[in-house]
Design a protein around this ligand. Sequence first.
Ligand SMILES: Nc1ncnc2c1ncn2[C@@H]1O[C@H](COP(=O)(O)OP(=O)(O)OP(=O)(O)O)[C@@H](O)[C@H]1O
Ligand SMILES: [Mg+2]
Length: 255
Amino acid sequence: MPVSKKKACIIAVCGKGGVGKTSISAMIVKILSANPGNKVLAIDADPAVGLASALGILVHKTVDDIRNDLIRRVQHGTSEDKTQILSRLDYEMFSALAETKNLAFLAIGRPEKDGCYCQVNHMLKDIIASLADNFDYVVIDGEAGIEQVNRRVMEKVTHLILVSDPSAKGLNVVKTIKEVSDSVVAYEKHGLILNRVRGESEFNQIKMPDELVSLGWIPEDNAIRSFDMDGRSILELENSPAMDAVKNCLDIALS
Ligand SMILES: Nc1ncnc2c1ncn2[C@@H]1O[C@H](COP(=O)(O)OP(=O)(O)OP(=O)(O)O)[C@@H](O)[C@H]1O
Ligand SMILES: [Mg+2]
């Protein structure tokens, strides 16, 4: 795989449960990978592997499977030294990537438990970071909430995209995520996308938190629901109102 000189743009999509993180992540992946010049890595950081289904990808191995294999080997007293372990991890990580043309996909699996197997977790973090260097864009579909924000992948985020529905609860969660992220993530830009908004007048009535930059809003779109219900890949979704709106929000986020 050729190594790109440019620093990868690492986009994390976060928000309360059920607000549309996976749908928006999948649309971002679709928009970015539509340009054959872009090399895109989609990372599913949700143990329920929602992004894999939204992109129609079958997961054979997760980062967590690789981590558990390594822990087992270490517990059984592997004779490999650190360099050998690292190169094996590197190889296994590449083999866990599901790749098609200019789009690769990696599922994290279960979130790490803090405090245990720190060395293994650090090695994985470094490998994910070096993997990101091979891509122009990395899109991370985060888990709901913030407590579980997966630091292995979040640390290197450059663009934090917060998603909320118009509810006060959803907006409170993104405010908290932004506060917590400010202390753990060295991101360059953040922005809020309001999803499932029923028109401009509803959008204008929503009290946006002052500390959050708005990227715009996504309408309620039946195509998104029906693709989800039929288990169809968002990669097959051609122009739809939600997709057009995500494109506008993404343009602002990346400008
Ligand atoms: N703009 C939209 N218009 C219509 N339906 C939408 C829209 N965005 C998301 N949905 C629907 O809302 C539901 C939740 O969306 P999604 O799975 O993307 O949310 P999520 O934040 O990833 O949820 P979770 O926290 O469970 O991972 C899905 O059924 C999806 O099809
Ligand atoms: Mg999801």
